[in-house]
Design a protein around this ligand. Structure first.
Ligand SMILES: CCN1C(=O)COc2cc(N(CC(F)(F)F)S(=O)(=O)c3ccc(C)c(C)c3)ccc21
Length: 263
């Protein structure tokens, strides 16, 4: 009957959509899970930790800003490969990336977390919270670790992570979107893909656990922006002349959207 054919067509489309998002995820993550697994016990020595802790606040912030910008660039690449994302208006693509890229970086950081010794992958090895002391934002670091730990504990597969991060980006409620309905239409198919994957993995319960963590993502990003404002007041020159342009454009207030639109 008609309905059977229709549902077959839809599920084929959803299967293809999931596969293409997972492929994009694999192509745009800096480290494969197996690489991180192999490195999981490479931790920093006391001397190395001391070296990081002796960096000045602005030096360590600059160091992290460069890494964060690098990670964001991969997220921009991932977004561009999500079917339907490129068909959105240019301004809407930028609005989604401006508000969502940090959230995706934070979700991806949970892949780089080792829950056994509470360390996160940083600069090639696994680091505990004490290494980031010179950032002088212990509350942000603690919140980052807490978030990464809780999400890592859900043991998402790469496929689940891939489709979940696509959903984080395709949020029709973001500020200053010109065509919300269009974003919602692209999002709907990705929502079907996530429930299809979770159903197939027999892990439907993960769906509400993931959605429960979205508000924490938002508060973490808000805390990051607040810290960045604090830092910018203390070290305006460092931000002005040493922070990557993409970082300032995404997280700074002066949003000249040049860097984001370079293909
Ligand atoms: C302080 C600004 N900041 C945040 O507020 C949100 O998270 C961040 C991540 C990253 N990098 C991870 C990335 F490269 F994936 F982005 S990191 O330099 O490797 C790193 C890894 C781990 C930690 C604990 C920190 C503190 C840094 C950089 C900056 C931030």
């Amino acid at each position: 009957p008609e309905s059977l054919f229709f549902s077959y067509q839809t599920s084929l489309h959803i299967e293809e959509l999931s596969a293409s998002i997972v492929r994009s995820h694999r192509e745009t993550t800096q480290y494969r899970p197996e690489e991180l697994q192999a490195l999981r016990w490479k931790v920093f020595s006391r001397e190395e930790i001391h070296a990081y802790q002796s960096k000045s606040v602005d030096e360590m912030w600059q160091h992290c800003a460069v890494r964060l910008t690098d990670a964001v660039q991969y997220v921009v690449e991932f977004a561009k490969r999500i079917p339907g994302f490129r068909q959105l208006g240019q301004n809407d693509q930028i609005a989604l990336l401006k508000s969502g890229s940090m959230e995706v970086v934070l979700v991806r950081m949970s892949r780089m977390f080792n829950t056994e010794n509470n360390t996160v992958f940083f600069d090639g090895k696994f680091a505990g919270t004490e290494l980031f002391k010179s950032l002088a934002c212990g509350d942000l670091i603690a919140a980052l670790f807490e978030f990464a730990h809780n999400l890592c504990a859900l043991r998402l597969t790469e496929q689940q992570m891939a489709v979940f991060t696509a959903l984080v980006l395709l949020n029709a409620d973001r500020p200053c979107l010109e065509d919300r309905e269009r974003v919602q239409r692209v999002r709907r198919d990705v929502e079907l893909a996530l429930s299809h994957i979770l159903h197939r993995d027999n892990q439907e319960s993960l769906l509400h656990k993931l959605y429960q963590r979205v508000p924490v993502l938002k508060s973490l990003c808000a805390l990051h922006i607040e810290k960045l404002r604090w830092f910018r007041q203390l070290y305006p020159l460092t931000v002005h002349s040493h922070f990557p342009p993409l970082y300032k454009e995404l997280f700074g207030s002066d949003s000249d959207i040049l860097t984001l639109t370079t293909h």
